[in-house]
Design a protein around this ligand. Sequence first.
Ligand code: T5A
Length: 210
Amino acid sequence: MTRAAFITVEGIEGAGKSTCLELIAQRLAARGIALQLTREPGGTPLGEQLRALLLGHKHDGMSDDAELLMMFAARAEHLQHVIEPALDAGRWVVCDRFTDATYAYQGYGRGIDLARIATLETWVQGDRRPDLTLLLDVPVDVGLERAGRRSAPDRFEREAQPFFERVRAGYLELARAAPQRYRTIDAAQPLDQVSAAIVAAVDAFVDARS
Ligand code: T5A
């Protein structure tokens, strides 16, 4: 039996994470793997309330530290009530964003010291880290154009282009620093090519873990 794994999907807005998540779920299910799909911020009742506060416009002037701590508050809840129980029960967890998003957005994007984020990461997660992270990399103008077509901008989507350029560069830096965990996929390609790359990455990961 294959050990349960924790897979995360990352990328800037409009990179195609939601689309990709469905595909990963289908692929794992086809290979007989039980899984739990979830997302951050969110994934629990409290986490979803924090998500609404973080993405909505009621607190547009929120401080960077409040934003950072709310991300980790939601994550603590998510780990305790969803992620760890699922992994303990042998279900794989596929999560739309996780702590790499905090490094990318609050660290590289907002400018919070990465060492402070690392302290919170260890405090909240202990040793828990994703086993595989799929980074959907897309140029900022392409991602924002796709996201803008889909819905009205949330609190993050109202940021200017340079913010997302820093976030994208941050993600690429994180991927370079952890090549054994990251698979970077060119998400600017047509959807069928992105899908093929995702399926190949998931299959290779499952095979290596079997
Ligand atoms: N955040 C989150 C932090 O700041 N710190 C943290 O620690 C965490 C966890 C969450 C926000 O919170 C921030 C980051 C985010 O700003 P979210 O809803 O998770 O928000 O993230 P979004 O990026 O806003 O999600 P989106 O739905 O915008 O992006 P997706 O899921 O990447 O894109 P998707 O799949 O909805 O696709 C968008 C559109 O593009 C099309 C799709 O059909 C869809 O219409 N599309 C393509 N079109 C052409 N070619 C392709 N290859 C395509 N792929 C998708």
